[in-house]
Design a protein around this ligand. Sequence first.
Ligand SMILES: Nc1nc2c(ncn2[C@@H]2O[C@H](COP(=O)(O)OP(=O)(O)O)[C@@H](O)[C@H]2O)c(=O)[nH]1
Ligand SMILES: [Mg+2]
Length: 419
Amino acid sequence: MGNTICTPPNRASTYGREVDVKASAESVHPMPSSVAVTIAIKAQLAISTSIDNSLRKEKFEHSRRAKILLLGGADAGKSTILKQMRILHMTGFSELEMHSFYNYLRFNVFEIFHEIAMGVQENILAVSEDEKLMIYRFAEGISWFIGIEDEIETQYLLNFLEFESVQTFMKLHPNYASLPDNAHYYLPKLHKLLAPEHIPTAEDILHLRIPTTGISEINFEFSANAIRLIDVGGQRTYRKKWIHCFDGVAAVLFVASLAAYDQALEGVDIDSKPVLHRDLFPPVQLSEVRDSTNEEYEKRVNRLRDSVKLFGEMLRCRFLRSSSFILFLNKTDLFAKKLPLSPLSEHFSSYDGTTNEQASEYLKDQFLKRKSKNDTERTLYSHYTCATDTNNVEFVFKAACDIVFQRNLHTTGAMKCVQ
Ligand SMILES: Nc1nc2c(ncn2[C@@H]2O[C@H](COP(=O)(O)OP(=O)(O)O)[C@@H](O)[C@H]2O)c(=O)[nH]1
Ligand SMILES: [Mg+2]
């Protein structure tokens, strides 16, 4: 037996001519004793356990966080849901915001009166000379009223509602399709709302119509979960910006107004030629729409059809393939009111039902059948909602979050650590 066997290699190497790198390293750090090995293993185990724990914690943290995106066409009710979350889970609104809400409220009343004045001009032939001028001014827009003192302006607004032509028009067309949805809420309480000392209530604020022009988000805690809720502008021109929010979306709350079944897209939606992102919106040539038959043109610009189409596009969007989709069929209150006055079959010829329930189910089906047959992994969830009703929103939002977090727990594998 040679030296090399009896002598530890590191020692032998010190006498040898060739210096073994491994051996020389070991000579600097002598072989650990069994005690040292145990300590080292224990230390390694401790490190590994601590890494496991922090990974588990991270997974759990990840599973309790969710980015939720509110999508849908203009006026569907997205921002109203965001406002409800601020009322329910945050501190409500600042003084500054309340002040701007009061101004918006007055502006919303102008918008309503503008539509009524246009309706009067289009539909009523006999308008008395006394009323004609003011009808004309309201139909023109807000410009004539700029600079007028608040008190005088309030008087103009209150007088307008008393006009015979306006009252006749409202009786004949209580459901005038161009009338903003909040008219039914604001008009009966106009005196109170326009009083200078009036501070807008939560309900007044929920009925405000303030077009969202950019992207806004709120962060709040909900049932021990951290929610990041993002709201976007729904007009076609703003849709191209949506893509900036599509990263890591746990769920899309797609909001659609059921009451839009007899409404046309606003001028801004029809006339603006959107710069489309190819992945999101397969381009539709405006000329193609304009050149088609009148009936087809009307169909293309029906608000609810536009919403159905948009829903299909979002479902197919590759950036949202792993996101849950929850459809909020909104404005059930307005839908129930207008359905007897404006038959659904006049706008959707394949509908042959008679009840509110059949009509709602029919419209829900229009959305749900947009899901591709190849999209087998996703379940679509839907709720009938009334975004201005705080209790209803609280209930449906919780149901939506249950779906999101249940899915989150499964996908992150964090189920075990919360059990
Ligand atoms: N009556 C009623 N009005 C609603 C409902 N949801 C939204 N609105 C009103 O519809 C208008 C547009 O809502 P908004 O949330 O701004 O729509 P967005 O464009 O999708 O953000 C506002 O005047 C809201 O008060 C609803 O369920 N019922
Ligand atoms: Mg909005």
